[in-house]
Design a protein around this ligand. Sequence first.
Ligand SMILES: NC(=O)c1ccc[n+]([C@@H]2O[C@H](COP(=O)([O-])OP(=O)(O)OC[C@H]3O[C@@H](n4cnc5c(N)ncnc54)[C@H](OP(=O)(O)O)[C@@H]3O)[C@@H](O)[C@H]2O)c1
Length: 172
Amino acid sequence: MSNKEIYIIVAVDCKNGIGKDNSMPWHFKTETQYFKEITLKTKDPSKKNMVIMGKNTWYSLPEKYRPLKDRKNVVLTRDISLKIEGVDIYKSLDEAIASAGDDIETIFIIGGATLFKESLDYPNLTGIYVTFIENSYECDTYFPQIPAKFSNKTLIKEEEENGVKMKFMLWK
Ligand SMILES: NC(=O)c1ccc[n+]([C@@H]2O[C@H](COP(=O)([O-])OP(=O)(O)OC[C@H]3O[C@@H](n4cnc5c(N)ncnc54)[C@H](OP(=O)(O)O)[C@@H]3O)[C@@H](O)[C@H]2O)c1
């Protein structure tokens, strides 16, 4: 069991949509920048954060951005033959979390839907960074209902881009 903080980070539209055709349904610089900032920052400059993602999310990232830089990238798959340069591959969330050594400060679970579903039930999940995009998009992938135990809700900031409002929240 890890003693590190473990967060989900996700952006949802007003119907809890998160993806379409293995891609993001929207593109907002504000949201991409926020994701980068939250997943990169560490209190201890000698440490890095870990980002854990499902295989589909890995392939959904534009090639020029992967692996996500200055973060330890971990991809989950049951396909033990999969090898990706610069990435650690594990076949379960438990294994991935257990692999985080002293050089890792915080663990972020970054999607997609399959992994979010499992992670929401993970007993040691510290919280959820959830960005509410106040608009509706065509989606085929959805974020599950957030369990009631995450009742401490903090509004981090509100922004607007191209006329669309976004609420950046932390649920613990
Ligand atoms: N809005 C957002 O914040 C956000 C964030 C991330 C992704 N997305 C979107 O979400 C969509 C992708 O979601 P998805 O549900 O299709 O895919 P996913 O969760 O990224 O990947 C699913 C695959 O990952 C592997 N996997 C996931 N959990 C695992 C576990 N616990 N143990 C072992 N393997 C595991 C399995 O691969 P194998 O079949 O090979 O075993 C599974 O088929 C895309 O549209 C993407 O753009 C949105």
